[in-house]
Design a protein around this ligand. Structure first.
Ligand code: LLP
Length: 386
């Protein structure tokens, strides 16, 4: 998708800021995921936390992906969207009792269990309902993801998963728990991972951990390696679809699966990031002492990633083809961190121009807030604005 693909004339009638989803990009991405995953019967559960926009979810459900949920709200949203509970996995370090009960009532496929106390509570709540819950142990593999420290999850210092030193203890506990069934292992080392050797390191670690289970005669049918595949934020026009072929090949080449085992993934960002843009209008151009500010009507309330993770989002002026100038592109929120980019080269910009903040389909709309009593952003799809 390039500047020319945006229905800018339609944008002019819509109150900014808003999210715009190009469903053609999403459909092409889903098609590529299915083409590559089906080569090895890999199962992909979409990480709902990235975006739960109803139109986006509908496409994902139609493509046949399952859902990776981290809250009762996400389980409800997945099931409402029509995802079969048999394709729903449920992770999270702090599952509340009502969320566990809701997952049990819906007979979800699997709980990704993150601690021994959680395992005991799932067993207790399942017993009360006369059910047996499928569980996978989320193991903290202590593998570096080489990504921003806020979105690194697989190091022993992180709060996620069961440490490898506790594995013997957990395995020994299972015979005493009558209402949980161990069906697999779960891993997730972080997000926006672009260095494929991190996934290779994960495979090596999973192979080692599998040996421990085999030596204890524990059979597992499912291995879930989480999500984390990064996208190209710098060049969304050139790389609208992540390299799923190379990503899945890493696991095909380096992970040793037993004949009965199915491999699962939980991709979020790689599915939806490139189809979404935050569309905003320029309110003012302000001349600072040494720089120019382009002040937008969107701020970190609509897209928090730059403020929270120093994340880069490509910014385009959809209504100017004039020679480029440098701007600090900022929002209206009363905080200095409300800055999308500094010294950013944009086609010469004036009040009223329409700006696209690219690659915002993942962790954009869903992380919006009402700080400063702002309204949550609306969203439109390419189908609606044809
Ligand atoms: N599975 C688990 C257990 C996770 O914790 C996550 C993301 C995923 C799957 C999906 O990861 P993905 O494929 O999207 O990388 N708000 C941050 C990202 C937080 C990711 C949290 N966990 C951001 O805007 O960069």
């Amino acid at each position: 998708m390039t500047k020319a693909n945006y229905p800018v004339n339609r944008f002019k009638d819509i109150q900014t800021p808003f999210y715009y989803y190009d469903l053609e990009v999403l459909r092409a991405t889903l098609q590529e995921i299915n083409a590559q995953a089906s080569k090895s019967n890999f199962h992909v559960h979409y990480a709902m936390k990235a975006n739960v926009n109803a139109s986006v979810l509908q496409e994902i459900k139609n493509a046949g992906l399952g859902a990776d949920c981290v809250s009762g709200g996400e389980i409800e949203a997945a099931i409402t969207a029509g995802v079969s509970p048999t394709k729903v996995v449920f992770a999270g370090v702090g599952k509340a009792d009502w969320e566990i009960n809701m997952a049990l009532d819906n007979n979800i496929f699997c709980f990704n269990v993150e601690s021994i106390p959680e395992l005991e509570i799932i067993d207790e709540l399942a017993l009360a309902k006369g059910k047996v819950a499928n569980v996978a142990l989320r193991i903290n593999p202590n593998v570096s993801a080489n990504t921003h420290h806020y979105i690194t999850t697989g190091l022993s210092e992180n709060k996620f998963g069961i440490n490898m030193s506790e594995l013997d203890k957990v395995i020994d506990l299972f015979p005493s728990l009558s209402n949980v069934k161990l069906i697999g292992l779960h891993f997730h080392i972080g997000s926006q991972i672009t260095d494929m050797t991190s996934f290779q390191d994960l495979c090596v670690r999973v192979n080692e951990i599998q040996e421990l289970f085999t030596s204890k005669n524990v059979t597992l049918d499912h291995i879930n390696v989480g999500g984390g595949l990064g996208i190209n934020y710098e060049h969304p026009n050139h790389f609208p679809i992540p390299d799923f072929e190379a990503y899945f090949k890493i696991f095909r080449d380096h992970l040793v699966l037993q004949p009965q085992q199915t491999l699962h993934f939980e991709l979020g960002r790689a599915v939806v990031a490139q189809c979404g843009s935050l569309i905003s209008k320029v309110l003012y151009i302000k001349e600072g002492t040494s720089k120019k500010f382009a002040i937008l009507d969107a701020g970190f309330t609509e897209l928090i990633r730059p403020a929270l993770y120093q994340a880069y989002h490509r910014i385009e002026n959809l209504t100017s083809e004039l020679p480029a100038e440098n701007y600090d592109v900022v929002g209206p929120i009363c905080e200095s961190s409300d800055t999308f980019a500094k010294d950013f080269s944009l086609n010469k910009t004036k009040r009223g121009d329409i700006i696209a903040l690219r690659s915002a389909g993942a962790y954009g709309e869903i992380m919006a807030s009402q700080y400063n009593l702002r309204q949550l952003p609306k969203a439109y799809t390419s189908d609606e604005l044809l």
